[in-house]
Design a protein around this ligand. Structure first.
Ligand code: SF4
Length: 317
């Protein structure tokens, strides 16, 4: 009997969670899709951190990767195109007790959702943002996305895309109050996992761009990088992401990068011949907007209604 206490405040008995506790519906992504690797890493992270499924929520927009919440046996919100961020910020404002993850694609985040992306980074509410960047709209069958490389032939630009792509890392680095900006690849499970874990441990918004293979529409996009690990540049620092010995041995092309150095992070983000992986930027002292937007979360419905009516009185003519 819970009495008048809200059910979400009730604490269940301590339990031990196994991988199966996080495995939702059978994924309907294409065989070999990089989304599957990210799903595995996220489920493993939830298990290792022993996140209660009823205290964890995955929020998404629209796109192949946005089917993510269906495949997690946690709470989920499959939102509207480009709207994953405001939903996640709303959840964070009302439910500070939840573990929040956002799954968004390059079309979802960097096109229709670009405004929300910028402001969510600025709000810096605690959540892990996974940007699945396969450089194409997959769900709508190979349309040019904001991150499609210039001259790449798609169904919307058969003669090749006209414009140079948006760089989600340099854009994110330009946002005031952004606090954690990292990059990884779906084909290296150790680095992918270490990056998600570091993001989860961060106190604000952890923005993680994941280079994601789409074997169905852009089969060869990342093949040169996958076949030659020296084409990836591992950013290393005591304040950075520690992928462990295996990652260090595999990625021999390394650079020492202090992630509190924003100018150097910007410089590294512009590398085109190689993919930098690791933590570009980190600021543990950035403000968190939910400290303000959470005001009133504990009020009763009657008190809230009274407050709303009082505010509306300002508009009486
Ligand atoms: Fe994955 Fe591409 Fe298939 Fe979408 S179209 S599920 S991104 S492989």
């Amino acid at each position: 009997m819970l009495g008048l206490k809200s059910d979400w405040l009730a604490e269940p008995k301590p339990r031990a969670f196994v991988l199966n506790d996080y495995e939702g519906g059978q994924p309907r992504w294409c065989p070999g899709c990089g989304d599957l690797a990210v799903l595995n890493a996220a489920q493993k992270l939830c298990r290792d951190e022993q996140l209660a499924p009823e205290k964890t929520v995955f929020v998404s927009g629209i796109g192949c990767s946005s089917r993510f919440p269906h495949y997690m046996k946690t709470y989920g919100f499959h939102g509207l195109h480009g709207r994953a961020f405001p939903i996640a910020c709303g959840v964070r404002s009302r439910r500070p007790d939840l573990n929040i993850f956002v799954a968004t694609g390059d079309g979802d985040c960097c096109s229709i959702g670009a405004g929300h992306w910028i402001h969510a980074l600025r709000y810096n509410m605690k959540m892990v943002v996974m940007l699945f960047d396969n450089h194409i709209y997959g769900l709508t069958k190979k349309q040019t996305s904001p991150t499609t490389v210039k001259s790449y032939s798609s169904n919307t630009h058969p003669d090749g895309s006209f414009l140079s792509p948006i760089n989600p890392i340099t854009v994110s680095l330009g946002v005031t109050n952004a606090s954690f900006i990292a990059q990884t690849v779906d084909w290296n499970p150790a680095h992918l996992y270490a990056t998600l874990k570091a993001g989860f441990e961060h106190s604000g918004t952890a923005f993680i761009r994941i280079m994601q293979r789409c074997p169905h529409f852009t089969a060869d996009m990342f093949t040169p990088f996958q076949n030659d690990p020296t084409k990836l540049l591992l950013m290393k620092h005591e304040k950075g992401i520690d992928g462990g010995e295996v990652v260090d041995r595999y990625f021999t092309n390394q650079v020492d990068h202090d992630p509190t150095n924003r100018a150097k992070a910007y410089e590294l983000a512009l590398h085109e011949e190689e993919i930098p992986i690791g933590l570009f930027y980190y600021n543990p002292n950035a403000e968190h907007y939910d400290q303000f937007s959470r005001v009133g979360a504990g009020m009763s419905a009657a008190t809230k209604l009274e407050a709303v009516e009082k505010q509306l009185e300002h508009f009486l003519v």
